[in-house]
Design a protein around this ligand. Structure first.
Ligand code: NAD
Ligand code: UD1
Length: 340
């Protein structure tokens, strides 16, 4: 079975390519390198010990995508490609709707024309908005999202559901990720954010390595055990394995299905700082800062549907996540920079 992985050079995509190859799938990867580097593909090939076709292609390029489907018989698509920075999406909504929504429409058109009607989509816990209480379950109402990035995820989910309603040959697995952190156990691939990181774990790692002076903890007056924000952090390697199971599922089932990929456990910002310090024997200086606008107190998953439908459950704990994040950061202080 052959699977096209869009955005396969990125953070979650690169880990998923490795797990898909290990599971025996043939993969074809397409990425425009907007937020990634050719070096990640080179390292994935080395780690996997396997070659696979790679296309530098934008998902909005219909001819380019069609050419890939002409050259390869694709059974399913894992669709990671897209823009993901919340703050940037507020500044540049047109770019976000064009790339994420427009790109997905083009991809689905090309898939339909090629007779490939199975897609696994990177959605996000952000679609639950700020009103639902945790643990978040797939049947809760979605859509009360406060930024264009989140709205693209919600819109794409709705578009894929409509496509499945209109044609019962389609399958769409809408994977709602919670907070992916960690890196491949080799330390060879990991998250390589541009500029100053927005997300917690890359920020913590860059403080630990001395690139940034101290972490600002955004608020210690939330209604949580220690007052800092609580999230469901999940190891990227577990997330990648969830995609393998989602493709297995998509090959055997029809229709649209939203599925959480999380651990079901919430950790606070202070829990993460302590776990990182203990797992790696390194201090992370921090200060308490005002709340970040748009943040919620608590967000964690009910992961039982993934277990029931996919037979998948996260295996790695918070120490694994902190250790593997640090191994990647310390072995690659500048990420993939300067390496093509
Ligand atoms: P990433 O930026 O590392 O990976 C996305 C990849 O897509 C990059 O390699 C980028 O170059 C590529 N890309 C972007 N636009 C493209 C286009 N028009 N054509 C072809 N390639 C394009 O991000 P990631 O963290 O690996 O996230 C992957 C997916 O998961 C994204 O859709 C993201 O929105 C979603 N997601 C991520 C998180 C997270 O915390 N990382 C959480 C929820 C959902
Ligand atoms: C953010 C996005 C979300 C996106 C997710 C993954 C916002 C409001 N939400 O989620 O849409 O799906 O990233 O890309 O941007 N924190 C600090 N100091 C920091 C960074 C973070 O204290 O320097 C805290 C936050 O307040 C939060 C927790 O750490 O409580 C996790 O933050 P982050 O990693 O940015 O993820 P989310 O806010 O959950």
């Amino acid at each position: 079975m052959s699977v096209l992985i869009t955005g396969g050079a990125g953070y979650i995509g690169s880990h998923t390519v490795i797990e898909m190859l290990a599971a025996g799938y043939d993969v074809v990867v397409a990425d425009n390198f907007y937020n990634s580097k050719p070096e990640s593909i080179r390292r994935v090939k080395t780690l996997a010990g396997k070659e696979f076709p790679f296309y530098q292609c934008d998902i909005r390029d219909k001819d380019g995508l069609s050419e890939i489907f002409r050259k390869h018989r694709i059974d399913a698509v894992i669709h990671f490609a897209g823009l993901k920075a919340v703050g940037e999406s507020v500044e540049k909504p047109l770019e976000y709707y064009d790339c994420n929504v427009g790109g997905t429409l083009t991809l689905c058109e090309v898939m339909r024309d090629a007779g490939c009607k199975r897609i696994v989509f990177s959605s996000s816990a952000t679609v639950y908005g700020s009103f639902n209480p945790s643990p978040l379950k797939e049947d809760m109402q979605t859509g009360a999202v406060t930024n264009p990035y989140g709205r693209t995820k919600y819109m794409i989910e709705e578009i894929l559901k409509d496509i499945c309603r209109s044609d019962n040959e389609w399958t769409a697995v809408l994977l709602r990720y919670f907070n992916p952190i960690g890196a491949h156990i080799s330390g060879q691939i990991g998250e390589d954010p541009n500029g100053i990181p927005n997300n917690l774990m890359p920020y913590v790692s860059q403080v630990a390595i001395g690139k940034l002076q101290q972490l600002s903890i955004y608020g210690d007056d939330y209604d949580t055990a220690d007052g800092t924000g609580v999230r469901d952090y999940i190891h990227v390697a577990d997330l990648a394995l969830g995609h393998v199971k989602a493709v297995d599922y998509a090959l055997k089932n029809k229709g649209a299905e939203a599925i959480n990929l999380g651990t079901g456990t919430g950790y606070s910002v202070l829990d993460i700082v302590k776990a990182f310090e203990e797992a790696n024997g390194i201090k992370v200086p921090y200060k308490i800062a005002p709340r970040r606008s748009g943040d919620i107190a608590t967000c964690f998953s009910d992961p039982s549907k993934a277990k029931r439908l996919l037979g998948w459950q996260a295996q790695r704990n918070i120490d694994d996540m902190c250790r593997d994040s640090w191994r990647w950061q310390s072995q690659n202080p500048s990420g993939y920079d300067g390496l093509g």
